[in-house]
Design a binder for this molecule. Sequence first.
Ligand code: GRG
Length: 294
Amino acid sequence: MDQSLSLYLEKHQALINDYLEDYITNKPILPSLKTSMLYSIRAGGKRLRPILMMASCEAFGGKKKDVLPVAAALEMIHTYSLIHDDLPAMDDDDLRRGQPTNHKKFDEATAILAGDALLTLSFQAIMEAEGLSDKQKVHLVKKLSIASGALGMVAGQLMDMESEGKEIPLESLEKIHHLKTGRLISFALMSGAYIGGANERQHQSLVETADLLGIIFQIQDDILDVSGNAAKLGKPVGSDTINNKSTYPGILGIEGSLKTKNIYVNRAKNSLRKAEVGNTMLFTLIDHLSDRDH
Ligand code: GRG
C-alpha cells in the first residue's frame, strides 16, 4: 500500500478510536455491559466508514472534528450489526477479526444487549455532539435511522437470510447489498458532505458515488471470501460457499466480478468529479475500498 495512504488511514483510525474510547469509557454504563461493548469496539475494525465520512467532510471544506461524533455513531451501529450478525440465530460465527465473537467471549444475552446498547448510544452520540446545530442533528438522526433500520440495513439482513440456499438473480443480490452494506457506507459519504457544506448540486452527484461505493465494497468482500488470505481477513475463507450465500463470484465468476467492479469504480469516480470536489482523498479511498486485502 502507498505510504501516504497508510499514514492517512492510521492517523484517521487513531482519531476515531480515541473518540470512541473516550465517549464510551466516560459514560456511567453498567460495568459488565460496558466491558462487552468495548470488547467489540476495540477488536480492530478498519474504521472505513468513519474515515470515508471524515474525507468527505474535508472534501467539501468542513473540519473533521465536527464529524467525529457522527463517525463514532456510525461505527457503533456497524459494530452492533457485526455482534448480532455473528449470533447463533444469524451467521453463528466463532471468530470476528481473528478474535472470539462477542457471544463466545461473554454469552448470548450479553452480546445481544451490547449490540442494543451500541445501537441506541449511537443516536445519543449525535444528539450530544458539540459543533452541530439542532437542525443538523435532527437531519443526521433521521438519515442514520433510515439507513440502519427497517428501511435499510435490517431489511437487507433479513432479505439476505431469506435468500440463503436459493439461486437469486443479480438484481436481487444488488438490492440486498444496497440495503445491508450500502446504506451505511452511503450515509458515511453523504453525512460527511452535509456537515462539510456541500450544495444541492454536489449532493446530487455524490448520491451516485455513494451508492456505487457500497456495491464496490461488497464485490471486493465476496472476492476476498474466495481468494483472500485467511490470516489477513481474521476469518476462514470460503464461508459464503459453506453458508450457501449468493455472491458476485457465484453469479459472475471471479473474472466477471473484477470486470464489474472496475466498471463501478470508474463510474463512482466520474460522479465524484461531477461533484467538483477537486483532487480529494476520496478518489484514493475508492481505489482502496476496491483493492483492499482485508
Ligand atoms: C444484524 C441487523 C443486522 C445486520 C447485519 C452488515 C451486516 C448486517 C452483517 C455483516 C455481514 C457481512 C460480513 C457483510 C459483508 C460486508 C461487511 C459489512 C463486512 C464487514 O465490514 P468491514 O470490512 O469490517 O468494514 P471491519 O471489521 O473492518 O469493521
